[in-house]
Design a protein around this ligand. Structure first.
Ligand SMILES: [Zn+2]
Length: 245
């Protein structure tokens, strides 16, 4: 992994890059404000779809986050310590602990702030409004958005088989779901530009409907009115390259 440049004012207290399985054998709790990720988005984008760690190991690092699965088999939502998969049929399912992931990011959910928006907002307006709540867009945050949507558009993709093709080529045939009017949570992150390629810069949300009947990677949304946003600041970032396997 290439070295990352960080703005001088950045509040990331620690960035740890580790290799191998050392993390999963630890039983101690992860730091509350740490985001852990397995592999990098650039490795996934290049077709690195083989699972590296399992859900039990991932949940040791945090109970909230998102990612994908071995063979790029669906969109991952980690919420309240439960891992959900939204596969190509669009119907969420709970995932067993021995299922593996090639790329995921989690943090212990420990929000510092909550804000209620009352006006209907498009996804882009909501994101701009969230930016207005943040101390700095040069710092990473985990975010939970909860409420009613008049429209919510998501995607998933077909499970891939080797030889893998790049993610951009897979997503040319992404499967788009129109969830319609739905009560849902959005689980995600708002990451600064300097974390691009290692992870996704800007906003990245995965949705799970309250009835667990639909979800996926969020492409667009429109909130109905009352919507809550909870903000969990992240001050350290652990990138597990799993490089000794
Ligand atoms: Zn996604």
């Amino acid at each position: 992994m290439k070295a990352l440049t960080r703005p001088g004012a950045l509040a990331l207290a620690l960035m740890t890059i580790i290799g191998g399985c050392t993390v999963s054998s630890e039983s101690s709790d992860p730091p509350a404000e740490e985001m852990y990720q397995i592999s990098t988005l650039s490795a996934l984008a290049a077709g690195g779809y083989d699972g590296l760690i399992d859900m039990d190991e991932l949940l040791d690092q945090g109970d909230f986050g998102l990612g994908t699965f071995d063979h790029l088999d669906g969109e991952m939502i980690v919420y309240d310590g439960v891992v959900y998969r939204v596969p190509a049929n669009g119907v969420p399912e709970e995932v067993d602990g021995d299922v593996t992931t090639p790329f995921a990011a989690v943090t212990p959910w420990d929000p510092e702030r909550e804000h209620e928006f009352s006006d209907p907002l498009s996804c882009s307006d909501l994101e701009a409004a969230i930016d207005g709540l943040l101390d700095s867009v040069d710092e990473p945050y985990a975010l939970k958005v909860e409420g009613r949507f008049t429209s919510l558009t998501t995607r998933s993709e077909e499970r891939q088989e080797p030889p893998y093709i790049p993610l951009a080529d897979v997503l040319e045939n992404q499967i788009v779901f129109d969830l319609g009017e739905v009560d849902a949570i959005l689980v995600g992150f708002r990451l600064p530009d300097y974390m691009a390629n290692s992870n996704a810069a800007g906003f990245h949300f995965h949705a799970l409907a309250d009835d667990n009947a639909s979800g996926g990677h969020v492409l667009d949304c429109q909130t109905a009115g009352e919507i809550s946003v909870e903000i969990d600041e992240i001050d350290s970032w652990q990138v597990d390259l799993h490089s000794d396997d």
